[in-house]
Design a protein around this ligand. Structure first.
Ligand SMILES: O=P(O)(O)OC[C@H]1O[C@@H](O)[C@H](O)[C@@H](O)[C@@H]1O
Length: 338
């Protein structure tokens, strides 16, 4: 197993101010910078030399921004998002753990998204080194109060990395550290809110013909028809045993998002549409038109870990220009290409 050299800031103390640094010699910003975000919440800014960037809040271990090298925001965050604990931030990439949705006794989507994470100053090495200096390692461990609602000891390590080409990679490593010999089971999702020009101009490729559980119909099981998925009303589906690549084609923006995932067999597709949008206090009435959640997840078969065991779940996002409108790009090639 090869070991990985940490970038200077990843080894810095977790206090934001102390860890922030700037490359004054070149005048350019450093790859990893710690600063204060909305309402003084601590955040980490990742920057790649070609101009792409990402932001991660320690509250929730929550990615709130991912920009390409033209400084275009690729994730949706609601203009009404409340950056105030304990409510999870509306948009970006909330982490759903140890429970997806209402599938258990815990609060909706579990508690990881509204806990304060710490910077992990000494993460165990990855088998394959991250090919970027722009990354940060975070860690979540249970508090005493957490143990009362979910009586398990664990270490949840999250690496957020920005690749040289602007790809955004999230790797979660969850280890059972119970000392009582007990296994635990959990469900999980990277609840990614993609920014889209107009939901009615968007299609999702890669989920056709698959079985799904419809959250709008008591999670009854259905089979998707052959056509690519388009949107004209509320949707809340858990697609099962999905391929490792899913594409979101935004015709109007001429942009395709590609989601690559490992260890996450399921994929949730969610858009609240107009009625639910109005019912959410931290979501603008018309904002449903400009977002789509496609969530790499492990839901149908919960992950079980014995003490000492570790699970890894990874998602990699890229945004590529597409000329699909003019018929030059076959969406299937997006899915089949490497
Ligand atoms: O409002 P929350 O808790 O962030 O959840 C938003 C949505 O998240 C999706 O993942 C669920 O499938 C939906 O059922 C849910 O409404």
């Amino acid at each position: 197993m090869s070991s990985e050299r940490a970038p200077p800031s990843a080894a810095s103390p977790p206090t934001a101010a102390a860890a922030a640094h700037t490359n004054t010699a070149s005048g350019s910003s450093s790859a990893v910078e710690f600063s204060k975000g909305v309402n003084g919440l601590e955040k980490v800014v990742l920057r790649e030399s070609r101009g792409s960037s990402a932001e991660v809040y320690l509250f929730g271990g929550h990615v709130t921004s991912w920009k390409n090298d033209h400084s275009e925001e690729l994730l949706f965050v609601s203009s009404k998002a409340i950056f105030k604990p304990p409510k999870a931030i509306r948009g970006g990439i909330p982490i759903c753990f140890p429970q997806f949705g209402g599938l258990g006794s815990l609060e909706q989507h579990g508690f990881a998204r509204n806990r304060f994470w710490a910077v992990d100053t000494d993460p165990p090495p990855f088998p394959v080194p991250t090919s970027s200096r722009a990354y940060v390692d975070l860690i979540l461990r249970p508090s005493e109060d957490d143990m009362k609602i979910w009586p398990h000891s664990y270490e949840f390590r999250l690496r957020v990395a920005l690749g040289p080409g602007g790809d955004l990679m999230l790797t979660s490593r969850i280890r059972n550290t119970n000392t009582d010999g007990k296994p635990f089971a959990f469900t999980f999702a990277y609840h990614t809110y993609f920014s889209v020009s107009d939901i009615s101009e968007v299609r999702v490729e890669g989920l056709e013909t698959l079985d799904y559980l419809d959250n709008l119909q008591n999670r009854e099981r259905f089979t998707e028809q052959g056509d690519a998925i388009t949107f004209e009303s509320e949707v809340d589906k858990i697609y099962l045993s999905t391929p490792t690549k899913i594409a979101i084609l935004d015709h109007e923006k001429k942009r395709t998002f590609v989601i690559r995932k490992e260890g996450l067999p399921d994929a949730v597709v969610w858009n609240p549409w107009d009625k639910k949008a109005k019912a959410m206090t931290d979501f603008g009435d018309d904002e449903y038109k400009h977002m789509l959640c496609v969530e790499a997840a492990a839901i149908e078969k919960p992950i079980t870990l014995k003490p000492g065991e570790e699970w890894k779940g990874r998602q990699e996002l890229s945004a590529v220009p597409s000329s699909y409108c003019s018929g030059q790009l076959d969406p299937r090639k997006v899915l089949q290409g490497s």
